[in-house]
Design a protein around this ligand. Structure first.
Ligand code: CA
Length: 229
């Protein structure tokens, strides 16, 4: 399998010949492509759909690429963007990077180079996201959801995992039952229910039993926390 296969790229370019060239090259590299030739439409598409990256031409009719990029960043959209600039457009390139472009290519360019730049971009983005979370002797794999304590696998249900993952984000912080309920079960806390306490008990049994160090702490009358290191 090629790196990045199956990812969908938004190509914003109004010249059909260039758009097709890019699109064909990306598809040949195993990527999916959505082409649009208009800045406003590009903004609508990125609202409705999550793309793996956008290839954004600066010269577009109506709303140009730089304006699209600024709007994306104003919305805090972290969509990776590669700008396409005209030869000699140094000012555009600088403005583009300043406006939040991740990279740029100067026309004419080879599609192979574009693909290589996209892959480099994803490696950078993925490198920033943590893959495991560690606290004391517990390791959470955030991709596979495998949990290990002191080298031994801990089998958790989905809810138990979510609960532990939340507690492990801030060891020492006390989470109220309301917070846990709303974040893990995604519904409003009903003071009459003991769903949180039951799940904590099961998690505690699986995680702490047989270990001298008990990680899950009850804060009487308030909620629960993970023992800080
Ligand atoms: Ca253009």
């Amino acid at each position: 399998m090629q790196n990045g296969s199956g990812k969908e790229i938004l190509v914003v370019e109004d010249e059909p010949r260039i758009a097709k060239l890019i699109s064909d090259g990306l598809i040949a590299a195993g990527l999916k492509v959505r082409v649009c030739g208009d800045g406003e439409e590009a903004l609508q598409l990125t609202t409705a759909h999550k793309f793996a990256a956008a290839v954004l031409d600066i010269m577009l009719p109506g709303r140009d690429g730089l304006s699209v990029l600024r709007e994306l960043r104003k919305r805090s959209d972290g969509l990776p963007v590669i700008l396409l600039t005209a030869r000699g457009g140094l000012e555009d390139r600088l403005t583009g990077l300043d406006a939040g472009a991740d990279d740029y290519l100067t026309k004419p360019f080879s599609v192979e180079e574009l693909v290589a730049r996209l892959r480099a971009l994803w490696r950078r983005v993925e490198g920033k996201a943590p893959v495991v979370r560690q606290h004391e002797d517990v390791t959470l794999d955030l991709v596979t959801h495998k949990v290990v304590r002191a080298g031994q696998p801990v089998e958790l249900t989905g809810r138990e995992y979510d609960l532990l993952e939340l507690l492990m984000r801030s060891p020492g912080r006390v989470f109220t039952r309301t917070e846990l309920c709303e974040q893990v079960w995604d519904y409003h806390f009903d003071p009459g229910t003991n769903v949180v306490d039951v799940c904590i008990q099961r998690l505690r049994r699986k995680l702490d039993d047989g270990h001298d160090e008990k990680l899950i702490r009850t804060v009487r009358g308030v909620g629960y926390s993970l023992k800080a290191g």
